[in-house]
Ligand binder design. Sequence first.
Ligand code: PMP
Ligand code: GLN
Length: 382
Amino acid sequence: MTPNIRSKLPKIRTTIFTTVGNLARKHKAIDLSQGFPDFEVDTSLIALVNQAMENGHNQYSPMQGLLELREVLSHKIKKLHKKYYDPISEITVVAGATQAIFTSITAFVHPGDEVIVLKPAYDCYEPAIKVNGGVPVHVSLEAPCYQIDWEFFKTKISSKTRMVIINTPHNPVGRIFSKKDMLQLQEILSDTNIILLSDEVYEHLIFDGEQHQSASRFPDLASRSIICSSFGKTFHVTGWKIGYCVAPKELMQEFQKVHQFNVFCAPRPVQHALATYLKTESHYLNLGAFYQQKRDFFLNAIKDSRFTFMPSQGSFFQLLDYSKITDERDDEFVKRLIVEHQIASIPVSEFNLNDRNDHMLRFCFAKKEETLRKAATILNGL
Ligand code: PMP
Ligand code: GLN
C-alpha cells in the first residue's frame, strides 16, 4: 500500500526549466529558455578531464575538494578581490551551486528562522528554505529597473532574520549590485547575527566595463558571507555540475558538516582538470567581453522588433518587455510562442512573482550567432 504522504513542498511543481525545455523539444523550437550554452567547450579542458580519468583519478576526492584546486581558487580570489581565503579551512568544492545553496540553507536555517529573498529570485532558494522549516520574507524588485530600495529592505529585518540571499549578477533580470549597493548592505547588516548567502555564479559575466562587486571585497560582509560560484557558467559546462563556495572558517565548518552527508565530494576527474586549467588559462578574464558581444548581437538583431529592453548588465540572460505585443500572462505567452512560433523563453513570473505579471520574458543569449539570428527573425515577426 502506498503510504499517505505529507508533502514538505505541497505547492512545488516540476521546474519551469524542465517543463519549458520539454515543450520546446516537442515543438522543435529555438530554445533560449534554460540557461546553457549551445557552443562547444574548450577541447583542451575536455582533454584534461580525459587525461585525469586515464591517469586513474577516478575515486573520491577529499571531502572539501582537491587541495590543489582549492589553492588555485584561493589565489584567483586574492588576485581579483584582494581577499585571502585559506584553502585548508575556508574553501569547499561543491557539486554545483545548487548544492552549495541547499547545503548552506540546511546548515544555518532553523525552523521558524526568516530568510530575506529578493523577488524575482532564482528558483532554488525558496524550496530549500521551506524544506528546512524556514520562512521566506520577500523584498520586491520592481520592473523595469529591478533596483533595490534599501530603506524598504531594512524594514524587513526582524529578530528572526537568520539569512539574506543576494544574487549578483542577477538571474533572471541581468542587473548587478553596485559598490554603493554592497556598502549599504554591509552597513545594514553590521552589528547583526545575519548570515549573507551571496550567489555569485555569474561573477565573470559582467558587461560595459563594470566590475563584479563580490561580497568578498567588503570586510564586514565577507565575515558573514558564504559565497557560491559555479564552474558550469564560467567554463561553458553546466552539465558537469561543479562549483565552489568560500566562507570564513567558522561558517565553513558548519557548511562542511552538512556537505559531507549531502554529497561528500564533487566529481574528482573534473577537479584535477580544472586545477590544471586554471593554473595556465585565465580565459575567465575575457568572458565578459565574449558574452557582451553575444548580448549586443542579439539586441541589435531585435532592435526593430516590438519588444523593449534595458541591456543586461551581467549573466547570460536578457529580459524583453512584451507589453507592446500582448496583454497575455507571461506563462501563457511563453507557451503560445513555443507552440505557434517555435521560440522558447522563460516567463519571469516563475521566479517567485506568483500572480504579478511584469510582461517580461527571459531569453538566454549563451548561443551561437546562428541560433541568435534565427531567434531574432522569429521575434521580429511578432
Ligand atoms: N544560482 C543561479 C542564479 C543560477 O542561475 C544557477 C543556474 N544554474 C545556479 C545558482 C545553480 O548553478 P549550478 O548549475 O552550478 O548548480
Ligand atoms: N540556472 C539555469 C537557468 O536559470 C537553470 C538550471 C536548472 O535547470 N536548474 O536557466
